[in-house]
Design a protein. Sequence first.
Lengths: 453, 453
Amino acid sequence: MADTSTSNLAKTTKPPLRIALAGLGTVGAGVIKLVEANAALIARRAGRPIHITVVSARDRGKDRGVDLSPYAWEDDMTGIAARDDVDVVVELVGGSDGPALTLARNAIRHGKALVTANKAMIAHHGMELAAAAETARVALRFEAAVAGGIPVIKGLREGAAANQIERVYGILNGTCNYILSTMEDTGRDFVEVLAEAQAMGYAEADPTFDIEGIDAAHKLSILSAIAFGAQIDFASVETTGISRILAADIAQADALGYCIRLIGMAEADAGPDGTPGLFQRVQPHLVPLDNLLAHVDGPTNAVVVEGNFSGRLLFQGPGAGDGPTASAVVADIIDIARGMDTGFEADMAFSIPVSGLEAMPPAPLGHRLGRAYIRFIVADRPGVLAEITAAMRDAGVSIESLIQKGRAGDAGAVMVAMVTHEVREAAVTEALRLLDGSPSLAAAPLVMQILGD
Amino acid sequence: MADTSTSNLAKTTKPPLRIALAGLGTVGAGVIKLVEANAALIARRAGRPIHITVVSARDRGKDRGVDLSPYAWEDDMTGIAARDDVDVVVELVGGSDGPALTLARNAIRHGKALVTANKAMIAHHGMELAAAAETARVALRFEAAVAGGIPVIKGLREGAAANQIERVYGILNGTCNYILSTMEDTGRDFVEVLAEAQAMGYAEADPTFDIEGIDAAHKLSILSAIAFGAQIDFASVETTGISRILAADIAQADALGYCIRLIGMAEADAGPDGTPGLFQRVQPHLVPLDNLLAHVDGPTNAVVVEGNFSGRLLFQGPGAGDGPTASAVVADIIDIARGMDTGFEADMAFSIPVSGLEAMPPAPLGHRLGRAYIRFIVADRPGVLAEITAAMRDAGVSIESLIQKGRAGDAGAVMVAMVTHEVREAAVTEALRLLDGSPSLAAAPLVMQILGD
């Protein structure tokens, strides 16, 4: 045991890992609180203390509920990267470009490790940053960018590393999940629940990124790269948000044995001609009530990773919030503290070196097989149902169940909702094309896939 | 990009990591299948190929569904540790002592990294092995020892490393979960379902380790050490199995809004006098039907980690089987391949160096507050209910609901099941002491805690 205690002593006398923190919103303040509250155990687990040496944000005077006096202050956010007393730059500024990106580039250029929670920046510039980090032999980590406090990037990149990943999917946006599960619980409409979510801080003043699925698409594109060794391709994520979902859709789904969840899904998918492609979609799905994801309520996130040996792994937890996000940020810092002697971290951002990430073209969608929920708002007059069902027949879409129901808000309009048998997506697209422009339709139809096994 | 591709080239020309595999049961064969099937992607992710160089098992001739001809063979299992062509020894022999332990000690002594799926060995000898690994500066990894293919050790040790862990609990034994959820689905009795599970390969011929909770206790003691920085204390896990649970208990629980699951739970728990202690219990619990763990059916495992910043993280997936277990074994190997240049792995077995693990005395149980389900099998005659309820009253146990119901198998015996209000466990113990030896009781009472938030 003599050697052990010597090595232990050697560990504890390692110099502190020095952190520069840029961005002092709720997550930034959360990181300060965490590093202070858990300092002793973090030092024990990291093998060295974690010290925040300098902080930077737009407004020095703002009350954030944390005492900034122990830390140096820099007005110039991008300047902190050049400081000699910094080993790791933590970027919590946000935004895909602008000061966040400038800071990130500077940090790496100056040989600092970079930890970020910035999903937009990684989705847009992750490969450039990872390549720079490899060149500079520094770590680039972004666990907090996907699914808040849940260590799903680690789970995918390391925990499931032995597997060919067959599919990765899940609930990646807590705001949407809060809205959908609250609509479900209360029977209220989207607009009303969104307003409440904004009042409670679960949704931003401008909720577009969340409710239109863009935030989930950012996260999905990051997961795809790691899961499939693919170059990040955010632009190709087929993205549909939740703003068109009616209380009536949720009621109808429930009656059929489903709930509605915004699902991000990625899969390596060979098209009809066998060309390998990358399927990436964010779309509200009907989730069977006995599916794992049907029990994910409120602002929770959950990610399923399906590996060819591991089977189906589920990672679930708080998808946002200062505490969980700070937990993920500091986990990355601890990993860096533990492994900093080595350069292997530098090649780990997307599990393999950036130069090895394949350019995978977007998979064609039409040949995908699945069941779909299709909802129409139609004029309440004879013949409309015949018109819709004829279009389905002509496109080769077989209907499993159909319901025409009550009034859906507008006077004179009724809802027709159907679930198809398994069918190629191209057939559904064709059926809707046949109906396009029909005066019977009071609104564009809404299509949601049914989550399959 | 020039530098990047150079570094990439440097990575791919790293020598293979050479594996010795001891034990060729279903998991050992699974590791061979995985390493062969996913060789290319593993080499890419690990930065170097993973080569199995030598294998060893008791019986060379046995048909295992894998071709062993590419690998050297050693009859002497413990001898493989001394070979020059081995970097990592993978121990899949099983058993807490005997050849597995001898091999593990030899491997570390010869400076080889050790990967094992052996929960019993780690629960009994994990600290000795980790201390030896620290001295030898080699990695000791055992992801596959807890919850099969689910990367929960990584999740706890790394993903949640920034947190003070408040509680870790979950479903740690797939055999028990299969039996309980099948009893639930079919209404059949324990003995019958166990026999079926044995026929299907979900339970061993001698199922004692599984059904009496010992396997779950092994796993729990490993999780406790990592979560709380505590010395492993398997002997202090309060362990109750599932063999006494009746179909009638499951029906009764269901009527009250619960299912029954074997839960392992650990918590740092200061006793009434403030002395820090470690609470560790494996016991069937009543799980509210709206709890995350109530949806975990079949041979699935699920672990909840509650951190002071992360909140509640859930890790779920296949708890056993050759594929999932092999996935966890090879994930450990890939981690070693990625980080072998450094010695930090050697201090990571339990998240901190062994010398830092605290000796935490078992927490006293009596002061714990909770609600309990208590079931009696009693003689069907007047006054029995009065006797039981008087004992509860005298011990200060307040009853929330009580049901006396039908016959429970034996002629003349009936079942009385109750759920208490929140009460100290000592009070329940005292009530049962008051009833101890009463001729009214046809069998020892069964107590199950109700899983609280």
